[in-house]
Design a protein around this ligand. Structure first.
Ligand SMILES: Cc1ncc(COP(=O)(O)O)c(C=O)c1O
Length: 400
């Protein structure tokens, strides 16, 4: 967009017509547009295969029992402003949840933390700090494919964003050779945005052994890992297992890193916008300085973050019973997702739909790349499932 402001002395080159007539219409967000179409669709059998939000067996949003319990606990909370960096108990408990209780970064106080507007806000804030700390010339590497917002979050800050092949379309698996080669070839100081688990959209993650190898390369090449942690706990049902990559890079390999955590999916707090950014630094003094930057940037942008969601998360994490309930809720969600994958796979195999559907049960988390050609996807979007009495048969019709 062309700027018409010329200098601070008030000399302005005025636009030819109204102040905004030169503003070009920005493309609409594909995922939110799909949800809009879904909401407008009157079919009884509609299924939203776009936005990653968990639904129960009746296709309804699920308010987690742990969250219900937490809401009871905080119902008398006041409505005052939070501190700029967010709710202290939330920051403390969530940081320990992500990094583990006894990791060296936590015990040596080398972790900066700031409450954010969910995972997206965490990514943006992390990017702003990195742009200042590492300089505008460093490259941000994102996977191809990736979550549709990654590129624009980092480009909007001013970074050059480079994507690299992550997923092998032919096998439906992770292209680990490409991943390692890109790590090896990247310039020192490059930022690698990595999905901590349940890669969106491929559902393919490195194995623990592959993560270890990537951490070794990142360390020797002086790369900067930025973990996008939107699916911790909801991937396998075991929070610690899902946090393996983060904890290995930080606690075992001793790397500096940024971690962008969201509680949207794993606590079902989509609309509350509750997230956390952590920076792990080499010294405690650096963590204090980074935290001051996070506070300054937050003050400029939102003054201080919203309280409700952070109070819920803190109430869950700070109460042994609610926390145990939450861990059970994570298993329920991840178990149901795995079961849905299995049912779809079994139906396609039983009905002899041409194609190799193994990837549906191999890929993890909320997303799956089916490998369908575009025209089939558009058909799935527009064709009414009441065409057939059985949803599985309808799906088969569309898949063949
Ligand atoms: C990979 C990934 N990162 C980050 C986010 C951000 O989510 P939110 O801002 O709702 O926490 C999402 C949401 O779908 C995601 O899939």
């Amino acid at each position: 967009m062309r700027s018409y402001l010329k200098d601070k002395m008030g000399s302005i080159e005025l636009p030819p017509a109204g102040f905004f007539e030169h503003v070009a219409f920005a493309p609409l967000d594909a995922i939110f547009e799909l949800t809009k179409d879904y909401n407008a669709d009157t079919s009884e059998h509609k299924v939203n295969l776009g936005q990653g939000t968990y639904k129960d067996g009746n296709g309804e949003p699920w308010v987690l029992p742990a969250v219900q319990g937490a809401k009871e606990k905080i119902r008398d909370a006041n409505h005052e402003y939070l501190p700029i960096l967010g709710l202290p108990s939330f920051r403390h408990l969530a940081t320990k949840l992500v990094l583990g209780d006894s990791g060296p970064a936590v015990t040596e106080q080398r972790v900066a933390s700031c409450q954010t507007l969910s995972g997206t806000g965490a990514l943006h804030l992390a990017g702003l700090v990195l742009y200042e700390a590492l300089g505008p010339s460093c490259t941000v590497y994102i996977t191809e494919p990736t979550w549709s917002n990654h590129r624009q979050v980092f480009e909007a800050i001013g970074f050059y964003v480079q994507s690299y092949r992550y997923y092998d379309e032919a096998t439906g698996k992770l292209d680990v050779a490409s991943l390692e080669q890109t790590f090896e070839a990247a310039a020192p100081g490059s930022i690698f945005v990595m999905h901590a688990c349940a890669h969106n959209p491929s559902g393919c993650d490195p194995t623990q052994e592959q993560w270890r190898r990537l951490a070794t390369i990142a360390k020797s090449r002086k790369l900067f890992p930025l973990f996008d942690a939107a699916y911790l706990g909801i991937t396998s049902g075991d929070y610690d297992a899902d946090a393996f990559a983060i904890r290995h890079f930080v606690n075992e390999a001793g790397l500096e890193a940024a971690i962008c955590t969201s509680f949207a999916k794993n606590m079902g707090l989509y609309g509350e916008r509750v997230g956390l950014v952590n920076f792990i630094t080499q010294t405690s003094a650096a963590a204090t300085a980074v935290e001051s930057k996070l506070a300054q940037l937050t003050r400029v942008e939102i003054s201080n973050p919203p309280a409700f969601g952070a109070r819920i998360v803190a109430a869950v994490l700070g109460d042994a019973e609610l926390c145990a309930e939450w861990f059970r809720n994570l298993s329920t969600m991840s178990g149901r997702i795995a079961e849905m994958r299995q049912q779809l796979y079994d139906a396609l195999v039983r009905l002899k739909a041409p194609g190799d559907w193994e990837r549906i049960i191999q890929q993890k988390g909320m997303f799956c790349i089916l490998g369908l050609p575009l025209d089939r996807v558009l058909q799935l979007k527009s064709k009414r499932l009441e065409l057939s009495p059985s949803p599985w048969i309808s799906i088969l019709i569309l898949f063949t």
